[in-house]
Design a protein. Structure first.
Length: 324
């Protein structure tokens, strides 16, 4: 039942095999498949309420009115829902993250996953997980991976209907932990939407894409076999390849700060010493350090001693997007 209002909760996710570059920028059909883990503990909570008295969609994020670009992006997703059910009413959208704003953790994945679920339910549109993933993808590509539970693979597809994410293992499958080493809280200069459009300007993107199916298969196999050594090797390679493409785009995108590199080198040294830990970095300077739950304390202590690490967020594998 719906009274034209619904609330949904979704986690952000960290990609082990990255999505960077689209075949279709408008529909966000990615140039390669990707694989991620939902981040438990971090969540976006979004309420959508359709109201015939509103003059336009309204968006509040973390208790403040959102900027016009963000409002229009949310409104475009609501338009898809309205079209499917033949509804005309505008909506009031209220969204909040429980993770520190500006911590550099991309919130667009959890935001659009929560929005897709809340908006469709508020409009009494019953979508299955696959359809929800497709709807979330139209807001932010990586948001399609925040709909299913745990460890999730985005099948790139070649059309709107065939590009969606599915769970390949539930959260309990593997006791991985993501320790997010926050080294900067400032907002990134170039967001991922413009970054994806630049990927093709790098002479390295073609090589990155050509080898992507092999890396995806290697990562999936390592994850399913819980083989940390094989997992770490392919996760770091994939992150380095994406950043190599970013750094060689026109204009170049360089997201790292000195402390980013300090964390990467400290973790590489720990791994050489036998500790299961590796790093991966999204479109920002913060470092996601992946380890196994029984080694978390050792990795955390090491991170705490690195100058420039301001905060550490601890995230085990998270569940699916859900109604509140
Ligand atoms: O979903 P977007 O457009 O914010 O792109 C996400 C891009 C990366 O975070 C850098 C990689 C990924 O696969 O999540």
């Amino acid at each position: 039942m719906s009274d034209l209002r619904a609330t949904a909760i979704a986690h952000p996710n960290i990609a082990f095999i990255k999505y960077w570059g689209n075949r279709d920028d408008d529909l966000r059909i990615p140039a390669n498949g990707s694989l991620s883990m939902n981040l438990a503990g971090l969540e976006t909570r979004t309420t959508v309420e359709f109201d015939a008295d509103l003059k336009r969609d309204e968006l509040t994020v973390n208790a403040a009115p959102a900027n016009e670009a963000a409002r229009l992006r949310a409104s475009a997703l609501l338009d898809r829902v309205r079209r499917q059910v033949g509804m005309a009413a505008w909506a009031r959208i209220t969204s909040a993250n429980n993770f520190p704003t500006g911590s550099g953790i991309a919130s667009s994945a959890s935001a659009f996953a929560a929005l897709a679920l809340a908006a469709s339910r508020a409009a009494s549109l019953e979508l299955g997980e696959l359809q929800l993933s497709i709807l979330a993808r139209t807001g932010s590509g990586s948001a399609c991976r925040s709909i299913p539970a745990g460890f999730v693979e985005w099948r790139p597809g070649d059309s709107h209907e065939t590009s969606f994410a599915e769970s390949i293992a539930l959260p309990a499958h593997w006791d991985l932990v993501d320790l997010v080493a926050v080294v900067s809280r400032t907002h990134k200069h170039t967001g991922s939407a413009s970054g994806h459009r630049l990927a093709g300007t790098s002479p390295l993107q073609a090589a990155r894409l050509e080898d992507a199916p092999r890396r995806l298969a290697a990562c999936r196999a390592a994850l399913l076999a819980r083989d940390f050594e094989a997992f770490a090797a392919v996760v770091e390679l994939d992150s380095h390849l994406m950043h190599a493409v970013m750094m060689t785009s026109s204009p170049a995108l360089l997201y790292w700060q000195p402390a980013t590199l300090a964390v990467m080198q400290a973790i590489a040294a720990l791994r050489s010493g036998g500790l299961p830990a590796c790093t991966t970095i999204d479109a920002g300077p913060n470092v996601h350090v992946l380890t196994l739950a029984n080694h978390r304390q050792a990795v955390q202590s090491a991170l705490e001693s690195i100058p420039g690490v301001q905060d550490i967020l601890i995230c085990p594998p998270g569940g699916p997007a859900r109604l509140a």
